[in-house]
Design a binder for this molecule. Structure first.
Ligand code: ASP
Length: 340
């Protein structure tokens, strides 16, 4: 009798494909029959059920409704399973991990996202190991409690806090990095959990919160950028949050017009400062170029990833569409271990 239960949710991506030898092409297979493709799963020490999106998607097609679809599946089965494994394309996996981490407050069970660089039906696939270890992590318990009580990404022998990751390679098996937070576990012969880095919430009451508004504009700065055009395009957009994707510790070229534009309360916009440097902290006081932004009211996002900054903004602007004070109060709060 297997006493733990894991639900596999297949959304799409490379992992669920196999080669059609007649056509020499990659095709998605019916994930409900995953054990036919991977008989090893029958030997695992937990019961595995699988559900699949009717039309599996390339993860570059992910949007806010699909995050909610995944969330609904998990929430509606939350009490039946010990853990959840979401199979997802790698391209936007970090964004989905952020979204789920904000949707499930006081999570006590693991939600592990994984995928692969090569389809599971190929001989050299990385998908088999990623999937089998993810299931093992999703069912792992200590003192009758789940070891992982958060949304994580498992990929190529590392378990990361999901909302700290970025996809950094479209080629290497080791495709994800969490620059600003230590890994939750390292996987070799054994799974070694870094217990002091795991998220723990005191409250046991799961709160499931849906809703994202994609009211976010990201402006990527580069040397020589024409500020006049930047101002015009921000003015034309009807979005509410503008993320300035800046240099180093949060610097931009000195430009008086841009600073007075940011300063103008008539804009009715929230400006956030996220650095193009994936590792490290936004510290707007380090240089006068950054301090100009701070003095104009731009909020430095500390060590949030760009993915987390976008998704957190979408989540909070949906909750507080007309209350920027509340938006900022919660933006500066640690909701799910997303910043230091
Ligand atoms: N384009 C694919 C996706 O993200 C790549 C992958 O699965 O790794 O869905």
């Amino acid at each position: 009798m297997k006493d733990s239960k894991v639900l596999l949710i297949y959304t799409g991506g490379t992992i669920g494909m196999k080669e059609n030898p007649l056509k020499n092409t990659l095709e998605p297979f019916d994930f409900k029959h995953i054990t036919k493709e991977l008989p090893e799963l029958n030997k695992m020490d937990c019961k595995i059920d699988a559900v699949s999106f009717e039309d599996p998607i390339d993860s570059s097609d992910i949007d806010c409704e699909i995050w909610e679809e995944i969330g609904d599946i998990i929430y509606s089965h939350y009490n039946e399973y010990d853990g959840f494994v979401v199979l997802h394309g790698t391209d936007t996996m970090s964004y989905t991990a952020c979204a789920l981490s904000f949707m499930f407050e006081n999570l006590k069970k693991p939600i592990i996202l994984t995928g692969s660089q090569l389809p599971i039906g190929m001989v050299r696939t990385d998908g088999k190991e990623n999937l089998i270890t993810s299931i093992e992590i999703a069912s792992a318990k200590k003192n009758r409690e789940s070891i992982i009580q958060e949304v994580a990404i498992y990929f190529e022998f590392h378990l990361h806090r999901g909302n700290r990751t970025s996809k950094v390679s479209s080629e290497h098996f080791d495709a994800f990095i969490s620059y600003n937070y230590p890994n939750l576990a390292e996987i070799g012969v054994e799974i070694k959990y870094n217990y002091h880095n795991l998220l723990r919430k005191d409250c046991n009451q799961l709160i499931y919160k849906k809703g994202f508004s994609p009211e976010v504009l990201v402006v990527f700065f580069y040397p020589g950028i024409q500020f006049k055009k930047v101002i015009q395009s921000i003015q034309k957009s009807t979005l509410k949050v503008v993320i300035l994707f800046t240099f180093g510790s949060g610097n931009l070229p000195k430009n008086k017009d841009f600073i007075s534009f940011i300063n103008d309360p008539k804009n009715n916009l929230i400006f956030l400062n996220v650095s193009q440097c994936a590792a490290g902290y936004v510290e707007q006081n380090n240089y006068s170029n950054g301090a100009n932004l701070k003095n104009a009211g731009v909020i430095g996002v500390r060590d949030l990833t760009i993915e987390a900054a976008i998704v957190k903004s979408m989540f909070l602007i949906n909750k507080y569409p007309n209350d920027f004070q509340k938006f900022l109060e919660f933006f500066n709060k640690d909701l799910a271990g997303e910043f230091t």
